[in-house]
Ligand binder design. Structure first.
Ligand code: SF4
Ligand code: SF4
Length: 290
């Protein structure tokens, strides 16, 4: 589709066929993160760096606001209420962890503000970024309510991967240069490889055949990934992926800004759901005895 078409009919471009849009979704990749299982170890973050050729910017540049990490672990401390304005001397319950990566919103607020349509929706339901079209306006970053887009302030080649470390770079995707925006892609290079292989064998992608690096690496299996298209279109896509089963089990519906659950004890929720960004990352709330 040409850039002109995208700009003249943006809203239709971003919708599926059933909603009057241009394309029929082939897949809709989604994730479930069980916060009961996440220990905050950070293995997923390291895997993301290695898989996606992320530059390590160092402490000074991080302090200057030039952080580069497509996946971050947010840490929250419980503050026990002891009553009468008293607070505990130490947080004996420890921290809670929340892995945050691009939520791959179906109604992504980062997309319509891009002046050159460098960020767009794919027929896989992914929020994609065309690096060589990006002019670095950073409007998408401003408009992402989750703060999950990162700007390349520098060319990091020599400082991040001095020889022989450049030999460890993943050849399946590019190293981004200064002046462009980047973010988590759900490891789109792995998705493409799995889809191509399935197409060659004239079959659908099988559940578990494709996993982003973070999901593959998580030692506690807190992350689950799959095609959640069949939540709304039974018979299309891959049926009953583990991720889809969890979306169903926890009664969380796509295309809704507010969930109506038969069972209020269900743990599933999406971050900032009320903003109507329709994220495709489902979190399972952490439950513990207090
Ligand atoms: S989380 Fe932010 S960057 Fe990702 S699709 Fe949503 S609005 Fe865009
Ligand atoms: S690898 Fe798994 S357990 Fe460790 S921080 Fe990431 S999601 Fe949590």
């Amino acid at each position: 589709m040409s850039l002109e078409n995208i700009l003249t009919d943006w809203s239709r471009y971003r919708k599926g066929l059933e909603q009057g849009g241009f394309h029929d979704y082939e897949h809709m990749w989604g994730m479930v993160i069980d916060l009961n299982k996440c220990t905050g170890c950070g293995a997923c973050v390291v895997a993301c760096y290695a898989e996606n050729n992320l530059p390590v910017v160092g402490k000074d540049r991080f302090d200057d606001g030039h952080a580069m990490h497509w996946l971050r672990i947010e840490r929250y401390w419980d503050e026990p209420d002891l009553g009468e304005g008293r607070v505990a001397e130490y947080q004996h319950l420890g921290a809670s962890f929340l892995p945050m990566l691009c939520q791959q919103c179906n109604a992504a607020t980062c997309e319509p503000v891009c002046p050159v349509a460098a960020t767009y929706h794919t027929p896989d339901g992914l929020n994609a970024q065309v690096y060589n079209r990006c002019i670095g306006s950073r409007y998408c970053s401003n408009n992402c309510p989750y703060r999950l887009r990162y700007f390349n302030f520098f060319s990091y080649y020599e400082s991040s991967w001095p020889a022989p470390l450049h030999m460890q770079l993943n050849p399946d995707l590019s190293v981004r240069d200064k002046g462009v925006m980047e973010k988590c892609t759900f490891c789109v290079q792995r998705i493409r490889a799995a889809k191509d292989k399935a197409k060659m064998q004239d079959r659908q992608v099988i559940d578990g055949e494709v996993q982003p690096a973070c999901v593959q690496t998580c030692p506690t299996s807190a992350m689950t990934f799959g095609d959640i298209l069949d939540l709304h279109s039974p018979g299309k896509g891959v049926e009953n992926t583990e991720a889809t089963a969890l979306w169903r089990k926890h009664q969380v519906q796509l295309h809704k800004a507010k969930q109506v659950k038969q069972d209020p004890e269900m743990r599933g929720y999406r971050v900032f759901e009320g903003l109507n960004t329709d994220p495709k990352v489902l979190f399972l709330e952490r439950v513990r005895e207090v």
